[in-house]
Design a protein around this ligand. Sequence first.
Ligand code: ADP
Ligand code: MG
Ligand code: ZN
Length: 236
Amino acid sequence: MESSCPKCGGTGFVPKEGGVVELCACRFEQENVNKVLGIPKRFWEAELDNYQCEDPSEENAYKEAFVFASSFDPSEGKGLTFVGDPGVGKTHLAVGILKKIYREKGIKGRFFDTKDLIYKLKALIEEGKTSKAIRRILNYPLIVLDDLGSERLSEWQREIISYIISYRYNNLKSTIITTNFSLTGGEKKDRKIRKIVPDIELPKSLMVERLDRGTVSKIFEMTKVLYIKGRDRRRV
Ligand SMILES: Nc1ncnc2c1ncn2[C@@H]1O[C@H](COP(=O)(O)OP(=O)(O)O)[C@@H](O)[C@H]1O
Ligand SMILES: [Mg+2]
Ligand SMILES: [Zn+2]
């Protein structure tokens, strides 16, 4: 529920005469937004508004997410990459950004679990439905690629990822990436990151070991990389 709903104050119920309550319209708005953006049910409640900051790196990631969403311009092709260990809230932030942009600017982005998307595109290619259906997916003004490189990738999976990234890169389309893998862009970039989050311990596994160098370098150019350090919120 959006915490700021003026009608119900976030409870989802509006009192009516005679002591009865009615479901607030924001419930339906909420469901609609989540469905339109393809957000998985687990994250239906995730908003930038209810992201809590405990660590300076979370504070920084939240601020960047907020500024990104508030000033989003679909013609610029700008994006964000959230890097961090599992459970630190990367997906939560990505979902929050999608929703804020849709509500405030009416721009329909799309959430994709990266693995799902790879298989979806593979099926479309095999059905021979190449151009139109695939382009429809790749042309969203904003997409989330959740959990990029989460598992060992086979050659064809790598190729599809490289295709998606190149397409988004070449056509100035915005992409938000979440990943457990370190994207290190050489010492200079790492130093810049350390300035914001001095004691960050970068995840041990490297993205360049999963994807080819060209793809990683495009990700660096088209997104701002943000490292998040925090506790695993799934463990409470
Ligand atoms: N900073 C945060 N504030 C509020 N909820 C959070 C925060 N970080 C994570 N969560 C919640 O914890 C769970 C795990 O977060 P998730 O975004 O899936 O982590 P990640 O994608 O980094 O693995 C989700 O239910 C999410 O809503
Ligand atoms: Mg995640
Ligand atoms: Zn309401």
